[in-house]
Every structure is written in structure tokens, then in C-alpha cells.
Write a protein that binds this ligand. Structure first.
Ligand code: SF4
Ligand code: SF4
Length: 74
């Protein structure tokens, strides 16, 4: 079985290592790597694509480029 999972995109060249994204992630999917001091997906399967991390990033370093909508098919 193939399991595909959509994740936000982190542009590390813009990241100032503030940790706001990891702190804001309600699912703890994002965390800060202790050694490199950069955000990474510690639990990618837990991401609900809520876009909280994108909203709090002061650098616009995180993008959730996909729009997910739920509805009935006609
Ligand atoms: S989209 Fe939501 S759940 Fe996924 S990493 Fe960002 S804050 Fe966490
Ligand atoms: S909120 Fe943005 S700038 Fe701060 S650690 Fe996360 S990606 Fe980097």
C-alpha cells in the first residue's frame, strides 16, 4: 500500500531558527533539531496540514501551497 502525505514546505534559507513553528504546531509534528537548530518534521504522519506553522513564521519560510477542501462530489 502506498501512503502519500502532504507536508508544508520549509525554506531553510529564509529560516532564522526562532522555533515559533515548532512551538505552534498543535500535533508536535514539527520540532527543532537540537544540533542544527533547524525545524524538521519529527512526526510527519501527525501533520494535519492545519497551516498554523505557516501563519506564525515571521519569515514566511513555511508554505502550505495546497488547498484542501472537503465536500461532496456532484
Ligand atoms: S500544518 Fe499544522 S500540524 Fe502540520 S506541521 Fe504545520 S502546524 Fe503542525
Ligand atoms: S517559524 Fe519560520 S523562521 Fe522560525 S524556526 Fe520556523 S521556519 Fe524558521
Amino acid at each position: 500500500m502506498t501512503n502519500t502525505h502532504v507536508l508544508p514546505v520549509i525554506e531553510l534559507s529564509l529560516c532564522i531558527r526562532c522555533g515559533a513553528c515548532a512551538a505552534a504546531c498543535p500535533e508536535h509534528a514539527l520540532a527543532m533539531d537540537i544540533e542544527s537548530d533547524t525545524p524538521f518534521f519529527a512526526k510527519p504522519e501527525a501533520c494535519t496540514y492545519c497551516t498554523e506553522c505557516e501563519a506564525v513564521c515571521p519569515q514566511n519560510a513555511i508554505q502550505c501551497p495546497l488547498t484542501i477542501t472537503w465536500g461532496t462530489q456532484e
